[in-house]
Design a protein around this ligand. Structure first.
Ligand code: B4P
Length: 189
């Protein structure tokens, strides 16, 4: 079973590369960003709370996203594997994910980190904001806040997986196909 964490700052290309990996390997895509946006669209209490934070570029509480991932793992027993996209975003989430996976006799095979500088991230997200309608992509201050949250709370997650020998960093700037090729080489090692 192939379980991957796709890691990187906002706009690094996690969602873009996830779509290609799903097509190639038939994995289940678990994007906490997408799950939270679905709750917002459905107008649930969870979605209303999450929206307040996401619209400020702030991470939602660990307990909320861990609960969503737990539900999805339980709903997809017998899957070919999972891509965790945008999760874990804190060390507490990474520890919780390991515990949840152990409960299903599963583990992460690789944590693949897409490395992109802040200037490129800002350009990509502002460009996406023109068409996505996502409020968090439409303002440079908000994008800077998201990247700051990443630096403070999410970047330490890389060390967590490095200590398990699972961290693989790749250059996230370049052609989408070329970056995908590098990911495939890691998986098929
Ligand atoms: P997410 O939905 O995870 O979004 P993201 O980080 O903005 O995007 P991603 O890296 O997937 O970018 P994409 O491929 O689309 O998070 C949104 C918010 O939800 C967070 O700020 C937080 O508040 C909350 N949240 C989510 N998960 C959470 C968690 N676990 N804990 C707490 N809070 C959580 O690429 C971006 C753009 O770049 C696209 O337009 C794409 O076309 C372009 N692009 C991609 N690859 C490219 C390339 N190689 N070259 C040029 N452009 C490229």
């Amino acid at each position: 079973m192939l379980n991957l964490v796709l890691f990187g700052p906002p706009g690094a290309g996690k969602g873009t590369q996830s779509a290609k990996l799903i097509e190639k390997y038939g994995l289940i895509h678990l994007s906490t960003g997408d799950l939270l946006r679905a709750e917002i669209t459905a107008g649930t209490d969870l979605g209303l709370e999450a929206k307040k934070l996401m619209d400020q570029g702030i991470l939602v509480p660990d307990s909320v996203v861990i609960g969503m991932i737990e539900n999805k793992l339980n709903e997809n027993k017998g899957a070919a594997g999972f891509i965790f996209d945008g999760f874990p975003r804190t060390v507490a989430q990474a520890e919780a994910l390991d515990t949840l996976l152990e409960g299903h006799q599963l583990s992460i095979k690789h944590m693949i980190s897409l490395e992109v500088n802040q200037e490129e991230l800002t350009q990509r997200l502002l460009e996406r904001g023109k068409t996505s309608g996502r409020p968090d992509d439409q303002n440079e201050d908000l994008i800077r806040k998201r990247v700051q949250e990443y630096g403070e709370k999410t970047a330490p997650v890389a060390g967590y997986y490095a200590s398990q020998g699972k961290f693989q960093g790749i250059d996230g700037i370049g052609e989408i196909e070329e970056i995908f090729g590098q990911i495939v080489r890691i998986i098929e090692g």
